[in-house]
Design a protein around this ligand. Structure first.
Ligand code: SF4
Length: 211
């Protein structure tokens, strides 16, 4: 364990910005590591960056992001109160589905983001994100049902982008987001947040984990 070194979310995001562990590094314009409150109670995990995200380096920067903001607002949560990221940190060409090799290459970054931020709730958007935590369960059966994963509550919902193409899904998204209100206290004291921050910045990880 002599090769342990401290890491922070900021350092992790910098590591992601230089990543070339899968072929998406060749076609991306910008990496999209994630953004938001590093002490958030709620983490949102989508699938992969799209065109707007690839241009800006920000997750959920386009129309799907506007709908996500609306869904969060419907339960009284500001985007700045949560941390938003994706399974993949680089855009698949033409927004195709993520490939398993890409998911496997990128997954350690998400695992570290979860370890550092220590959310109490993770909202998974879409089937790829949900299957990272609970493989083999169809999202159509799982959506809106809270499950426990390593002490974290997982709330699976449809991806907002799906509701842009199929407006019939929007009422289901609004309904599922209502579950969040019973899972968190969005006015929790900052003392707890400070404690989480201290824990996160002291976390030590294997040197060279990302090489
Ligand atoms: S998708 Fe993930 S693993 Fe692939 S190059 Fe981007 S950051 Fe690295």
């Amino acid at each position: 364990m002599s090769n342990l070194e401290p890491i922070t979310i900021t350092a992790l995001e910098h590591t992601i910005s230089r990543c070339d562990k899968c072929s998406l590094s060749k076609s991306r314009n910008r990496t999209v590591p994630g953004e938001g409150d590093y002490n958030a109670q709620v983490m949102v995990v989508g699938e992969a960056p799209g065109s707007n995200e690839d241009k800006t380096g920000r997750p959920f920067a386009g129309r799907a992001g506007n709908l996500l903001n609306e869904l969060l607002s419907s339960v009284g949560i500001k985007r700045s109160q949560i941390y938003i990221t994706n399974m993949l940190k680089c855009r698949p060409p033409s927004n195709r589905d993520p490939q398993q090799t890409e998911i496997d290459s990128c997954e350690p970054y998400l695992a570290l983001q979860i370890s550092l931020i220590q959310p109490s709730v993770i909202i998974t958007l879409g089937r790829f994100s949900f299957s990272n935590f609970f493989p083999g369960i169809p999202l159509s059966k799982a959506r809106g049902i809270v499950r426990e994963w390593n002490g974290i509550k997982i709330l699976p919902v449809y991806h907002p982008a799906a509701a842009l193409y199929n407006p019939g899904l929007k009422p289901k998204l609004l309904q599922d987001f209502q579950k969040i209100t019973s899972l968190i206290n969005i006015n929790e004291s900052s003392a707890s947040e400070q404690s989480q921050m201290a824990d996160a910045t002291q976390l030590s990880l294997f040197d060279g984990h990302f090489e």
